[in-house]
Design a protein around this ligand. Structure first.
Ligand SMILES: Nc1ncnc2c1ncn2[C@@H]1O[C@H](COP(=O)(O)OP(=O)(O)O)[C@@H](O)[C@H]1O
Ligand SMILES: O=C(OP(=O)(O)O)[C@H](O)COP(=O)(O)O
Length: 407
């Protein structure tokens, strides 16, 4: 059991500041509905029904990336899931935000603008430093309590996650509580047979550090996505760098090059890389190329190829446990879903212990007609869940525990 207080411990009729994680895929500038809304709606509804004034904070994307947008569209989706109005104010802690907070009645819900639009939010610093920011010092006095429901962002030391628990009585929401319990229990589980981790997605920096930290707890890593291409680059193939407008590879290569090389040197036998890759061919359809035949990267590779999918299935089928973090390709586009769906189908058909994590990746389950029941646990957290597997503490969870210890 966690050592934090939960909303069961929250006294009645309070002004509550709630941190959610509504970070979602963005298509044509609009947030796409996903299970993060559904899961967080439970906490928001419970707080509103208990008569609290509920003010929600959340982030979307990272500054400088295409997915960095306003939360205006998120408020409407959240309202659908909560089953009551969710007002939105395009401000984080300025006059407009404070007026909207002050005007809120009992049982009403308000969503503030993307926390990452506020300068104080992002640099990762200690809770003490974050609690000193103007953002925290301005908002905290307007509230009686802080609730953190954003387990999936708990690996970040941002103001909205670690600063407020020092300034207000702090509680865990329902998602924080259930994800923490499930992921912590999984982290301590022992397996008799082979353990496999499928590693993909765009956040290579998160996953490569975890691959290194998990060391011999994982018998084999099956790679795809951006991390997969970076490993291919380290293995001497002319891929894993940005072409055209891309900005997914070069920066993450510079950050991780040494670590990738050391993982390959020490655990090379455990790392399986794609032998073919898929891209958009001249006719607009899916085209594939063998990695050995790539002389120069001129295409954006958007999925692992069919030979790779066939190679990855047998190790999955003979595993005792499979952990998935990140999609093997851009599965949102059906042409590039084969890698992600092939791996998920193999896991679903196998009687192993399985965890699928990540806001984006878990979405592939419902998009392609798979059932959540075919997996042991589907987490809405990606980076936080794999970090939990290493036994490394999550700063936002520690901040909640420290707050409980002070009472
Ligand atoms: N080769 C690739 N190029 C660009 N994007 C990719 C590639 N492979 C996977 N992706 C994208 O990665 C996303 C998931 O990335 P990430 O945020 O790391 O995972 P999660 O949200 O599951 O934690 C998917 O939405 C998918 O479109
Ligand atoms: O979506 C998230 O993480 P995830 O993609 O690892 O699940 C969280 O919202 C954290 O976002 P960040 O990785 O931009 O800090």
């Amino acid at each position: 059991m966690a050592d934090f207080d939960t909303i069961d411990d929250l006294p009645a009729d309070k002004r509550v500041l709630v941190r959610l994680d509504l970070n979602s895929p963005i298509e044509d500038g609009e947030p796409q509905d996903n299970r993060r809304f559904d899961r967080h709606a439970e906490t928001v509804r419970e707080l509103a029904e208990a008569g609290h004034r509920v003010v929600c904070m959340a982030h979307q994307g990272r500054p400088g990336r295409d997915d960095f947008t306003s939360l205006a569209g998120h408020a409407a989706i959240l309202a659908d899931h909560v089953g009551r109005d969710v007002a939105f104010v395009a401000d984080t802690y300025g006059g407009e935000a404070l007026d909207a907070i002050d005007a809120l009645g009992a049982g009403e819900v308000l969503l503030l603008e993307n926390t990452r639009m506020c300068e104080d939010e992002l640099p990762e610093e200690s809770p003490e430093e974050k609690a000193k920011t103007e953002f925290v010092r301005t908002l905290a006095p307007r509230f009686d309590a802080y609730v953190n429901d954003a387990y999936s962002a708990a690996h970040r030391e941002h103001a909205s996650l670690v600063g407020f628990p020092l300034a207000l009585p702090a509680y865990a929401g329902r998602v924080m509580e259930t994800e923490y319990e499930a992921n912590t229990a999984i982290a301590t589980r022992e397996f008799d047979g082979p353990v496999t981790m499928v590693v993909g997605g765009t956040k290579a920096t998160d996953v490569i550090g975890v691959m290194d930290a998990l060391d011999d707890r994982v018998d084999r890593f099956l790679l795809g996505g951006v991390a997969g291409e970076l490993f291919l680059r380290a293995a001497g193939h002319p891929v894993g760098h940005d072409v055209g407008e891309m900005d997914l590879f070069d920066e993450q290569w510079a950050e991780n090059r040494e670590l990738i090389e050391s993982v390959l040197a020490e655990r090379g036998d455990a790392v399986r890389l794609a032998t073919d890759l898929a891209y958009e061919g001249p006719d607009g359809g899916r085209a594939e190329v063998a990695v050995d035949e790539i002389d120069e990267k001129t295409e954006g590779y958007l999925d692992v190829g069919s030979e790779t999918v066939a190679d990855y299935e047998p190790p999955i089928r003979d595993s005792d446990a499979v952990f998935v973090k990140g999609a093997l390709g851009v599965f949102e586009d059906e042409r590039f879903a084969d890698g992600t769906v092939g791996v998920l189908e193999a896991i679903a058909e196998t009687d192993c212990f399985s965890v699928v994590g990540g806001g984006d990746t878990s979405r592939a389950i419902e998009m392609y007609g798979l059932s959540e029941d075919d997996f042991s646990h589907v987490s809405i957290a990606g980076g936080a869940y794999i970090r939990a597997l290493t036994g490394e503490p999550l700063p936002a969870v520690e901040a909640l525990e420290a707050a409980a210890g002070r009472r």
